[in-house]
Ligand binder design. Sequence first.
Ligand SMILES: *Cc1c(COP(=O)(O)O)cnc(C)c1O
Length: 836
Amino acid sequence: MAETDRVAYDQAVEELRLREYPMLQGTTYLDHAGTTLYAKSLIERFSTDMMSHLYGNPHSASNSSQLTTRRIEDIRLRLLGMFRADPAEFDVVFVANATAGIKLVMEAFRDQEEDYWYGYHRDAHTSLVGVRESASHHRCFSSDAEVEEWILAQDTQPASSTLALFAYPAQSNMNGRRLPLNWPRRLRINRNSNVYSLLDAAALVSTSPLDLSNSDDAPDFTVLSLYKIFGFPDLGALIVRQRASAIFDKRRYFGGGTVESVVCLKEQWHAKKETIHERLEDGTLPIHSIMALDAAISVHQELYTSLKEISKHTTFLASKLYSDLLSLTHGNGNKVCHIYQDISSVYGNSSTQGPVVAFNLQTQHGGWVSNAEVEKLAAIKNFQLRTGGLCNPGGVASSLDLAPWEMRANFSAGQRCGNDNDIIRSKPTGMIRVSLGAMSTLRDISRFTDFVREFFVQDAPPAAILPVTPTHTEPPTWGRFHVESLSVYPIKSCAAFSVPPGKAWEVRREGLAWDREWCLVHQGTGAALSQKRYPNMALIRPSIDLEEGVLRVRLVGHLQKNSTVNEITVPLSADPRLFSDHSMYKEANAKVCGDDIKAKTYKSHEISSFFSQALGVACHLARFPAVGNGSGPLACSRHSKPHLQKKQKASDMHVPGAFPELRATYPGATVSKPILLSNESPILTISRSSLNRLNELIKAEGGKAAQAEVFRANIVVAENLDCAPGTEQAYAEDDWRYLQIGEQYFEMLGPCRRCQMVCVDQQTAERNQEPFVTLSKTRRFDGRVYFGEHTSHLPMEDTATPSAQNPTISVGEPVRAFLEDEVHDDDEGLSALLHH
Ligand SMILES: *Cc1c(COP(=O)(O)O)cnc(C)c1O
């Protein structure tokens, strides 16, 4: 078809998309090829069907039951028809998903009297790889050539060869390359061989037809994920070639409707049903899902005509995306996208390549951009894409050139699907995958390419685009800064409580008093809830009422509608009777940034239901154990204390994810600050001048200025009004080493790494793009975005004075900043502290 026709088709899809799925406006859907979003038409048709017919459970004689049976038989036929499969040659078994279909085949082989051999292609999805565990021997083919060689060897095999199963994906779910479909036929050339073929077509059929019209060429077993074609219903299918069905005769399980007659007592006997699907569909079928499948096939055909048409459309889009991404270069001419393309694949040729582009991004100097960083920005910009290992261990390992020992070493170094340490030994451990489907349009392609250009193409040497950190020529003047505000977050991830001006607030080693003393834990998993997943937590406003001795929690904004009670109080005293008992303290494991932290949950039903109703998730309030007066071992029980290895020199640190070179690249790296690996620290300090600078840039681009609260800062330091206007020192804190606030000293521990959580508006709980977008353009160092400084209090050694026994700070107090080399000569108090 000519390109102009393709563009016309694309425009039709674009219109369709806006009509059928207005929610997709502003969202670019680039995950799960073929998960078509034509929800409205489909659900309406399904609901009409449900409202106008009475469907009973099959297996009985009632009219409703007979109707169900009749419909299901028709739909089965219709599904086979989609793949041009003759019902005399094939049968279709409904299963939960493609994996369940693979498992049925695996069980059949496992239940044979003889052992079996299993071979699978390197590009296999994990669901195929797992079959090897039940085989007596198995082999992973590391290339198509190896498969070809093995097939040729089959032809010369002697007659009584062993039972074997060969499995491969029709399309790699990693990079979308399409594998040859003639292997099953060629495996049959030797009539004596006992090799069966299993084709995983889950990825292929989402955007491509599959032709089973010649049963001599067809795989013995073909598995599909129907939801990858239609989006809904959640169903899979196993298509069995009748001539291979004898393998199921040895099946050692039966249940529900899969047998005709069962004798249980005395004699043990059962008669198996005739057809393959009757024998393999254990228990009651998901009848309503199967009805929905009928509606899905109809709507899909009406909107997109056919899988053949979808294939042309997506092939056209993918080759455009591929060439657009490939053509992106940095100012110095280096490539931006490293695309993982199979040697046999050609974009634009639908028999070798599906509409998927898998790649990693590189900096202008050839370093790898972290997937986690891309994912955060993509989330802000509403791109739905996938990163990481992509459930394809063999494909990922060979594309990324990771040896088995490296995969293992990476695993023990803490690398898991979806975490931040995704570049190890300067190799990426995962990749970015963009998948196109029936509903994708040219606009998606250009939006995505623009996104990569906007955030990852470096036009000039990085030094020029970063804000210039002012050099401090003048000595820091006592009183240039003051504490503008103090905030605590009594319940982790909920709203801030502002310390009233003039109120002396206690500061401890583990942070400001009452800061993150409580958290909310999920009743099922025990994990601490956070705004990243539950942005409405911003509308839960805790306050510390020292007069009444209570923590007061109020719901604001739209959360007030969720609950009949809008305020509760919890005693500040940690009365043990309040907590879940059995052994008095029942400890919940709150996972805070991956660390297990023991918190005790409140047993009060009122408290749990207040928070559960407000957020719409079953949770408990929990409290971290008391920490005494801030010294002794207990002081370490809160706020991920293991990270505060202050005494450790950075050069001694060899922790997974911390690279020695990091020291040279994070802001203020010339200062010998220890690096925190976690975004947890006792105190977070931000500078008003830096926030002003950031907001100027945001406003210049027409964005919405950020409030200090989104950074979850405890201390906001501002320059005094009498400082000459225009001399504000944005990001001066990068170079600070110590702070003095009133009579107290603090150490700066390093810059704070940021994620998209800073985009949750703390007044409305809505997600914005800012300030993360502007931060990532101006404060990104080595792929990490920083704003604010981790800070910890330095307790005084001389404990005889009131200010040492009860250290406090308050709003309005003067602040003095020390640079690295100013410490010892300048201040007796501080140098005494440090030398002690
Ligand atoms: C998605 C996918 C699977 C797994 O399918 P489920 O329906 O989730 O079981 C297996 N193989 C490939 C190639 C896939 O794309």
